[in-house]
Design a binder for this molecule. Structure first.
Ligand SMILES: *[C@@H]1O[C@H](CO)[C@@H](O)[C@H](O)[C@H]1NC(C)=O
Ligand SMILES: *[C@@H]1O[C@H](CO)[C@@H](O)[C@H](O)[C@H]1NC(C)=O
Length: 385
């Protein structure tokens, strides 16, 4: 394209027709300085140079200014027109300060659910962990790994507690319903020191059974005379965490119902059974665990508990683990889909968490069987617990 300037007969030639052409001829404002300014307006020029020149070389300030401006691009005009429109400030109703924080907190919050099922399996021994699925360790190997880090050469805590985190899908039967927190105790095949102070009181009529309950670990056991002592105030129920009983003493025990309230033995809570010694052992030495539902991510629940110590036999630890997950699984709501998200083994002070399998330990029935097997009673059980 050739542009001819009639005043100075200067030809401007340019082959670059990318955007807009502006040329400004200034004579008079500074007579020795005759400039033909030729601007190929790139994006930079549109934003910065043009406003600058229009500001400095206007018709009033120079005796002769020729400005030839080709029309701005459609897109530019559009943008300017839009910029002129006043932005309307949306009015927001009053939000109490604690809720304002909550929104901010939620926005910045990292999701607690971890789903790596879409990631691929690693194809090599060395890989960037975050791009692949988490490795699922065989139980024994995971224990071995933790033993290595807790070896006297490293953390030097060979008998540290072995913790397990079980992440749950708290989704209830309906989309809008979620399971609540639940606390349970599960009998463990292999005893370990859980470090909690627990006291159990056992009720039964048979003196032999009372004796066996004490041998099993109950702080106190007795029959009708013990019920009297409690009524007299000689013995306080406050001193006991758990009350267990043999069904034969139930008619007499009813007198204490008001005192015991929720501790009153019942089969649903698993505190009423013929085998009193086993019952006492369960409450004394079992694994106490609580599933905590996330306050915001309501379908995320987590159980964190201890299943033993690292110096225990790996097989025994595995059996404790299996007992635990089987018990947790009884809380699964009547719906399809997974209940367990994943299970992790860890052992403080190490931060390392190793994923272990759960599916192979649970004989998860097929979809149809679930619907047939579960009746209304078991559903009510779960809600009550
Ligand atoms: C069970 O463990 C929780 C902590 O997870 C604790 O608060 C509670 O007191 C324990 N229950 C008993 C009976 O020790
Ligand atoms: C569940 O337990 C957690 C931790 O103890 C608590 O913050 C939360 O309020 C509980 N949720 C319900 C629904 O009780």
């Amino acid at each position: 394209m050739v542009i001819k300037c009639s005043v100075s007969n200067v030809c401007l030639e340019s082959h670059n027709l990318a955007f807009e052409w502006y040329w400004v001829l200034v004579i008079g404002a500074c007579p020795t300085f005759i400039n033909i300014l030729n601007y190929n307006m790139s994006l930079f020029a549109t934003r910065c140079v043009r406003p600058f020149f229009f500001h400095h070389y206007t018709l009033e300030t120079s005796s002769f200014v020729q400005i030839r401006g080709y029309a701005a691009r459609k897109g530019t005009r559009e943008r300017k027109r839009k910029a002129k429109v006043k932005s309307v400030v949306e009015k927001v109703g009053f939000i109490p300060h604690n809720q304002r924080d909550k929104e901010k907190f939620l926005a910045n919050r990292k999701q607690r659910k971890v789903d790596d099922s879409w990631k691929g399996d690693p194809t090599d021994d060395v890989y960037v962990a975050k791009y692949f699925k988490w490795k699922v360790y065989p139980f024994g190997e995971a224990v071995q790994c933790h033993r290595e880090t807790h070896h006297p050469d490293m953390y030097n805590q060979p008998n540290a507690n072995l913790h397990v985190s079980i992440e749950l899908d708290m989704q209830g039967e309906k989309k809008t319903r979620f399971l609540d927190n639940f606390t349970r105790i599960v009998a463990t095949p292999h005893r370990f020191d859980h470090g909690e102070e627990r006291a159990v009181i056992a009720f039964c009529k048979d003196p032999d059974l009372q004796q066996s309950a004490v041998e099993a670990g109950a702080q106190l056991s007795g029959g009708v005379e013990l019920i009297k002592q409690i009524q007299n105030g000689q013995v306080s129920l406050q001193d006991f965490n758990f009350v267990v009983a043999h069904p034969e003493i139930l008619p007499e025990l009813v007198a204490l119902r008001g005192l015991m309230k929720r501790k009153f033995p019942n089969p649903k809570a698993g505190t009423l059974d013929v085998d009193l010694a086993t019952l006492v052992k369960k409450f004394m030495y079992g694994i106490n665990y609580t599933a905590v539902k996330d306050e915001y991510e309501k379908d995320f629940g987590i159980i964190e508990t201890v299943i033993g110590t690292l110096n225990m036999d790996a097989k025994h630890l595995e059996e404790n683990y299996v007992a635990l997950i089987k018990d947790v699984y009884t809380m699964k709501p009547r719906r399809t889909g997974e209940f367990f998200r994943r299970c992790l083994l860890w052992s403080p002070p190490s931060q390392e968490k190793l994923k272990v399998d759960h599916e192979s330990y649970l004989d998860i029935p097929k979809k149809q069987e679930v619907e047939e097997d579960d009746d209304k009673d078991s559903k009510e059980d779960r809600i009550a617990l």
